[in-house]
Design a protein around this ligand. Structure first.
Ligand SMILES: C[S@@+](CC[C@H](N)C(=O)[O-])C[C@H]1O[C@@H](n2cnc3c(N)ncnc32)[C@H](O)[C@@H]1O
Length: 273
């Protein structure tokens, strides 16, 4: 169906409700045109498919639904995005965790990059921790997203020349191999990260995490969904642990037990029980 797609109000509401129920992503009247654009893109080059028949198809076929949800996500990311967070990670969070954990003899720092997009965020964390953690300290990262396409890019670890902007020269030399058309992350870093499909609407099953990064993700959810996601983070985190959300996001006014932490570099949240 190459013709112009114009959603009627009823069609918009059906698609909007399905997307919201399945992913928490909240399309409103103001960003309705984004949904129209994504549907147009999705149905381009398909013949005989109408908005109604496509709706039936995604309602009945789980795989088609997954790839439709993938197509409505916004995946903008970059290496070292919001440098201040990584300063706070290095100078505040890691020293605090090392202090607390050393008494237990547990020298592994467990991290979750939730809504990791194409992998730049977990790879940034992995490079930074490789630089700063002295032996015997180790780290493990789970990186998850609802977008299968993004997860594939993350797993492959290949980034074109334009996408490696922001990576310090010394990191680029140490942690990437130059290949045709771009750079490929070295296996030593890649092996620290497990990329996994996960929808934040559900419990991840992860427990005892020391750090959760969920930046620029809850901004796409409404308040109820945000609270559900954040409280599931609480359940997956260790008694003393830290949560980073995007710098334009906030837990202000939300019914949550997270404490606000203001460091010299950035603000973040902690679970402190
Ligand atoms: C703008 S990107 C943020 C990437 C990275 N965290 C950063 O700050 O650079 C938002 C990501 O959240 C993912 N996302 C949206 N809804 C999700 C859900 N319900 N479960 C898991 N991931 C979701 C999208 O697929 C997208 O890759």
């Amino acid at each position: 169906m190459a013709a112009e797609i114009v959603l009627t109000d009823t069609e918009f509401e059906r698609y909007r409700d399905l997307i919201y129920n399945e992913s928490g992503i909240n399309f409103t009247k103001t960003n309705r045109s984004i949904l129209e654009g994504r549907l147009k893109e999705r149905l381009r080059n398909t013949t005989g498919v109408t908005l109604a028949s496509y709706f039936t198809s995604i309602s009945q076929n789980k795989e088609e639904l997954k790839s439709f949800l993938d197509s409505v996500t916004t995946n903008l990311t970059r290496f070292f995005r919001n440098q201040a967070h990584f300063e706070a990670l290095e100078r505040h969070v890691i020293p605090e965790l090392m202090n607390i954990k050393k008494a237990t003899g547990n020298t592994t720092i467990k991290i979750w990059s939730a809504g990791c997009s194409t992998g730049e965020e977990p790879y940034t964390i992995a490079m930074l921790l490789s630089e700063i953690l002295p032996p015997p300290w180790k780290f493990e990262i789970v990186a998850s997203d609802i977008s299968l396409k993004c997860l594939m890019t993350g797993k492959e670890g290949f980034y074109t020349d334009t996408r490696i902007e922001g990576i310090p020269e010394s990191y680029l030399k140490k942690y990437f191999d130059k290949v045709t058309g771009g750079y490929k992350i070295k296996t030593a870093i890649m092996s620290k990260i497990r990329f996994d499909y996960h929808n934040l609407k559900n419990d991840s099953g992860l427990r005892n995490l020391d750090i959760v990064f969920c930046r620029n993700v809850i901004i796409y959810f409404d308040e109820i969904t945000q609270a559900g996601v954040v409280n599931r983070f609480w359940d997956s985190m260790a008694g003393k642990s830290f949560l980073f959300i995007g710098h334009s996001e906030s837990l202000f006014g939300m019914d949550t037990k997270f404490e606000f932490v203001k460091t010299q570099w950035a603000t973040l949240y902690r679970k402190w029980i």
